[in-house]
Design a protein around this ligand. Structure first.
Ligand code: SF4
Ligand code: SF4
Length: 96
């Protein structure tokens, strides 16, 4: 089963509060933009009209943690800020 097939088996109880935010000021300086290729939920979108920055949508996030690795939660090194989804919200996996 591919990633897209897997994503069709999950559901979301979307919180009104974003559990991940992205600092676009940093993104405009990021040449490779690995997020565009490595986020399995395609939460990151290139925005040429934002001076080459990133539009980020937290809603389809599957909380895989990959962006913590390829971008980082360190203000000195990356643009991604992570926090836990509020209780019970976010992606719901069916392991049945
Ligand atoms: S989110 Fe991270 S990897 Fe993506 S463009 Fe911004 S700085 Fe680069
Ligand atoms: S945690 Fe995973 S799915 Fe969510 S934004 Fe980061 S890379 Fe994408």
């Amino acid at each position: 089963m591919g990633v897209q097939d897997s994503l069709e088996t999950v559901q979301w109880d979307v919180s009104e509060a974003a559990h991940i935010t992205v600092d676009n000021d940093y993104c405009v300086t990021c040449e490779d933009k690995p997020c565009l290729h490595l986020c399995p939920a395609e939460c990151f979108d290139y925005q040429a009209d934002q001076k080459g920055g990133i539009y980020f949508a937290y809603e389809p996030c599957v909380e895989c943690g990959a962006c913590m690795v390829f971008c980082g939660n360190d203000p000195e090194k990356g643009a991604v800020s992570w926090s836990k989804s509020e209780g019970g919200k976010g992606v719901e996996f069916d392991f049945g």
